[in-house]
Design a protein around this ligand. Structure first.
Ligand code: SF4
Length: 489
């Protein structure tokens, strides 16, 4: 069966990949159960918070330079856009590019629109986006409100495309459809693949697609040494870069969770091979990733040269770091594959993995041959006894950390970092996913961890003055997953 769906919408991850938001056990057990299909996903009967796939999708699309985004939603759905605006500005500055302003409008669906419809509002917002931003394409994202009232976005987009003479592309990302917010990434990539990507005119043998968020540019220098060019996707791109991703020599990523759908479709539809090794986090994974890139682009010797040189360049510094960090117990909380990536860096630095929590887990991948990063982590690290899946529920994270008391917490999401400090655990926020790639990235992470560990006294002091907002009953309850599977209803 084709991975690429010809329908306007891509199937949500729960149904497509049997993704789950709760699990408690060991890494190996979860992997074995995913493989055998014996894991029966269950929900929790109490949720403290969540995130919206529409917000995730919008955040990604808003970073394209000559594209405008019209959110067909109540205004509050796009409150998080200020984050995207900051991230876009930060990325532009970090990459030495001219500052970037978001081109985003909301149709501001209101109560009466949910009764009488809001198609005219949408058409007017698209015209407004055209006149304000002069984009080369307009993306239209949906929301719970537009989905529930059954707005015909497809027809409105087609009409406006004819009127304006350039692509008007719907993205179907109604928040209520999926508890896995990464489904929003799939919605965005599906819209781009369906409406913007063109069949290759010529193959660009030295071009590597790197699916990514914003942040610093660390891939360009590394791959330049293999005479390769980097196509950072999709933050800060322009329309032409998107249209020609089918011409690249291969696709790779900073996180399989972000790009497993688009990479699988590019391989299936246009023959752009997906790099099927874990992303370059940790020394061993960087070796295998560079070799895989070398193989896909006919540069195997160059890959070996870069590996040998980089290993030698950082050998002494790595020894020093390992001696400083050896045996410290690390806990990682991050999105699915990125949690595995961060944990693998810890392994390279000689840290002991006390455990990890991923924010969801895809039991399958779109392309069955894609790398399974959980398995890659088990192979490099051995089993991880305290492994859980938890979609960012602070009430559970608090209990997990209180129980395990790691020496260090590394979080990818800033909202969770405060929990570590309040518990007296030195905590590192890993906001820029590019920062820790490759050999240099491991060393930089090592020094940041070393510095974070120096905050021990400070965070212990913070913890002494902090009172948890939970009842004694919850804090004394043994099981952080008490509400799993309907328990506690
Ligand atoms: S879940 Fe629905 S209502 Fe909430 S932000 Fe997302 S689209 Fe808007």
């Amino acid at each position: 069966m084709s991975v690429f769906s010809k329908t306007p919408e891509v199937e949500v991850r729960e149904r497509r990949l049997h993704s789950v938001i709760t699990y408690n056990g060991t890494a190996k057990d979860l992997y074995e159960k995913s493989k055998s299909g014996s894991y029966a996903p269950c929900d929790r009967s109490f949720s403290q918070c969540s995130s919206c796939m529409g917000g995730q999708g919008g955040g990604v699309i808003a970073h394209i330079r000559d594209v405008a985004l019209v959110c067909h939603a109540p205004i509050g759905c796009d409150a998080g856009m200020y984050n995207a605006a900051l991230a876009a500005r930060g990325t532009a500055l970090a990459r030495g590019q001219k500052p970037f302003s978001l081109h985003v409008l909301s149709t501001n669906i209101q109560e009466r629109d949910t009764i009488f419809g809001a198609a005219e509002k949408l058409r007017n917002a698209i015209r407004e986006a055209d006149s304000r931003f002069k984009p080369r394409a307009i993306m239209v994202s949906t929301s719970c409100a537009s989905g529930i009232i059954g707005e015909d976005i497809e027809s409105a987009a087609e009409e406006m495309e004819e009127e304006l003479g350039y692509p008007v592309v719907p993205i179907y990302c109604e928040g209520f459809k999926s508890k896995i917010w990464s489904t929003g990434f799939d919605s965005v990539f599906h819209a781009i693949l369906r409406k913007l990507v063109k069949p290759p005119q010529k193959k660009q043998e030295d071009l590597v697609n790197i699916f990514n968020f914003g942040g610093t540019d660390t891939f360009t220098l590394l791959l330049k040494r293999m005479n390769l060019r980097v196509n950072y996707l999709i933050a800060m791109t322009d329309l032409e870069q998107l249209e020609t991703i089918s011409e690249a020599a291969c696709s790779t990523t900073i996180c399989e969770t972000l790009s497993l759908y688009v990479a699988a479709v590019l391989e299936e539809q246009y023959g752009v091979p997906e790099i099927k090794t874990a992303s370059p986090y940790g020394l061993d994974w960087t070796d295998t990733w560079l070799r895989a890139i070398g193989k896909a682009t006919g540069r195997e010797e160059l890959a070996e040269k870069v590996i040998a040189e980089e290993r030698e360049k950082y050998r002494e510094e790595m020894e020093e770091l390992r001696s400083k960090l050896n045996g410290k117990r690390l806990y990682v909380i991050s999105g699915d594959s990125f949690a595995h990536n961060l944990a693998n860096i810890g392994k390279s630095l000689g840290l002991e993995l006390a455990g990890a929590t991923s924010l969801h887990h895809d039991l399958h991948t779109d392309n069955p041959e894609s790398v399974n990063t959980l398995n890659a982590l088990i192979e490099s690290n051995g089993d991880i006894p305290n492994f859980s899946v938890c979609n960012m529920q602070p009430y559970q994270v608090v209990k997990i950390l209180r129980k395990l008391r790691p020496d260090l917490l590394v979080c990818r999401h800033i909202g969770l970092t405060g929990i570590g400090s309040k518990l007296g655990i030195p905590t590192l926020f890993e906001g820029d996913a590019n920062y820790s790639i490759g050999y240099e990235g491991v060393v930089k992470m090592g020094w940041r961890i070393y510095e974070a560990l120096q905050t021990k006294k400070l965070v212990e002091n913070v913890a002494r003055h902090f009172e948890m907002p939970y009842t004694d009953w919850w804090l004394d309850e043994e099981d952080p997953f008490y509400f799993e599977g309907g328990h506690g209803k």
